[in-house]
Design a protein around this ligand. Structure first.
Ligand code: HEC
Length: 202
């Protein structure tokens, strides 16, 4: 057989095989997937809206995805479940309404697929984002103080502000008040909860 024909067939085969394996078959497998209706009539997942949707943009903008995943691996593929990162593995349906993929690949920090369930305190997230070492001694997550304004007069602490713990106070800093970006980001983190039981991942 002519050599160039062989090369041509090889290239054709590679293109067709990868196109069907990576695009056509997954599309066929997942095309009909729908939200799951629980016994209480709640549809899961729900698309994010309002502040939580804006918070996801802040999450993307600040590059949180470079250090945090949002995928819980099944048993036998790592210790995600033992670490308490979720009560089940995550599956395709969990990501149904995610316009951009934030599953991530790097785990410099813990997985955040269920952080809203694991850490439901808004004050905790405010303090942790402002300076991770306040809540997590020795943390090497970068601080994000630009998501907050700082106030010094405790008696005039506005609604939505988080008091700083005594040992972190200075004369000019008694509480932190999230900016709108900070508030959206925390709303987004609190919304992350993939613990609804699904038939394909009990
Ligand atoms: C350079 C890597 C890095 C980046 C970027 C980063 N983090 Fe982290 N993050 C960490 C590490 C390491 C920890 C574990 C220590 C700690 O709790 O602070 C952590 C912990 C966390 C936790 C607590 C998780 C738990 O299970 O207790 C949350 C929530 C979090 N990060 C959110 C964020 C958000 C939101 C962003 C983006 C604004 C972000 N991180 C950016 C490294 C990072």
């Amino acid at each position: 057989m002519n050599k160039s024909l062989l090369v041509y067939l090889g290239v054709l085969f590679t293109v067709v095989a990868s196109l069907s394996g990576l695009v056509l078959v997954p599309d066929w497998q997942f095309r009909g997937i729908q939200p799951y209706e629980t016994e209480d009539g709640i549809r899961y997942p729900q698309p994010l809206a309002g502040s939580t949707a804006l918070g996801r943009e802040v999450y993307i903008d600040l590059g949180c995805v470079y250090c945090h995943t949002q995928q819980v691996r099944p048993e036998g593929f790592g210790a995600d479940l033992d670490r308490g990162w979720g009560n089940r593995r995550t599956v395709m349906r969990d990501y149904l309404f995610e316009p951009r993929n934030l599953t991530g690949t790097m785990r410099t920090g813990p997985d955040l697929a269920n952080i809203g369930a694991r850490q439901p305190s808004r004050d905790w997230h405010n303090l942790h984002l402002y300076n991770p070492r306040i809540t997590s001694p020795g943390s090497n997550m970068p601080p994000h103080p630009f998501l907050f304004t700082v106030g010094g007069d405790e008696s005039r602490r506005p609604l939505g502000a988080t008091p700083l713990p005594a040992e972190w106070r200075t004369p000019g800093a008694a509480y932190i008040l999230p900016t709108s970006r900070g508030r959206h980001l925390v709303d987004y983190l609190l919304s992350l909860n993939k613990s609804v039981a699904l038939p394909e991942a009990q």
